[in-house]
Write a protein that binds this ligand. Structure first.
Ligand code: PMP
Length: 308
């Protein structure tokens, strides 16, 4: 996805011009994937721009850093302010927000601990991740030949930069095969995530999604959609899902900050349900967009208004 530059990027405490937000080629994270990050969205609301579930994303960022023993030199409160400042400085009512914490310049070798920890926050316009058509018509997915890394190789509940090579393998395999994206199984053969999104299916009118233990990321959009679905009266269960569960689902869809809520119309060349967006997915998409745009009072606490 080509990036459209914005004006300012927050780097280690100061806002710098987009073109000056560079790092040295000997940056540790570039060589060893030693970074952790988040993907967050801000949406336009009647009260101005609002960051969606900012504290949940920052908590996950700190958790990821903890696993890799990276001491973030800012508090969650400071990163909250920095995020708001960066959104405001760029004047975008709606944007994608990318905080990244990475091992910087000054050390080489596989022990990352002596390398400095740097932090930056960039924002830019990132519209519909898989395009307008995907939101209505759905996407075609392929179950990947690549397995998702497991709890004892690289912890799948952590958003670390290097770990995303696993997702990229599945994504490229799917694209080259003529699909929109992949779905990764775990070593036991159960469904985990798409390359950058969680999976839901509808079976007998109820929603099912794989548990964290299967090797998924504990997606914030997944939690959002599950909460909204329960509030609408649906049953939502977390259970291991097999390939067959996906092939025979009445509906299936993906959730993620970048992807938002995207129906799956085909998995491994088999039509999902009627082969398009199902009614439950549509209902959840509408309720999700109402929540993120501040149109549903029940979910106001998920919004951080940047100019408050
Ligand atoms: N699974 C993976 C592997 C992801 O990269 C993402 C994107 N962060 C998700 C699920 C969805 O998580 P969230 O809803 O928090 O963006």
């Amino acid at each position: 996805m080509p990036i459209t530059p914005t004006s300012k990027i927050w780097m280690d405490g100061t806002l710098v011009d987009w073109d000056d937000a560079t790092v040295h080629v000997m940056t540790h994270g570039l060589h060893y994937g030693s970074g952790v990050f988040e993907g967050i969205r801000a949406y336009e609301t009647k009260r101005g721009s609002a960051v969606f579930r900012l504290q949940d994303h920052l908590r996950r960022l700190f958790r990821s850093a903890h696993v890799y023993q990276m001491e973030i030199p800012y508090s969650q409160e400071e990163l909250t302010q920095a995020t708001e400042e960066t959104v405001l400085a760029n004047g975008l009512p709606a944007c994608y927000i990318r905080p990244i914490v990475y091992r910087g310049y000054g050390e080489m070798g596989l022990n990352p601990l002596p390398a400095p920890v740097n932090v930056s926050i960039a924002v830019w316009h990132w519209g519909l991740y898989l395009g307008e058509e995907a939101v209505d018509a759905g996407v075609r997915r392929k179950i990947s030949a690549w397995k998702r890394m497991d709890h004892n190789t690289l912890p799948p509940g952590v958003k670390a930069t290097g770990q995303y090579l696993n997702s990229s393998l599945a994504k490229v395999e799917a694209l080259k095969g003529g699909y929109d994206d992949g779905i990764l199984l775990n070593q036991a053969g159960y469904i985990t995530d798409g390359s950058g999104a969680n999976v839901f299916i509808v079976k007998d009118g109820a929603l099912a999604t794989p548990p964290f233990q299967a090797g998924c990321l504990d997606g914030i959009t997944k939690d959002t959609v599950a909460t909204i679905a329960r509030d609408l009266g649906y049953v939502v269960v977390e259970r291991n899902l097999s390939r067959l569960d996906l092939y025979t689902a009445e509906e299936a869809f993906f959730t993620g900050t970048a992807a938002e809520v995207v129906p799956i119309r085909e998995i491994d060349d088999r039509a999902t349900g009627s082969g398009g967006r199902g009614p439950i997915c549509k209902e959840l998409q509408e309720a999700f967009f109402a929540a993120v745009h501040g149109e549903d009072e029940r979910y106001r606490s998920w919004l951080t208004f940047v100019d408050d």
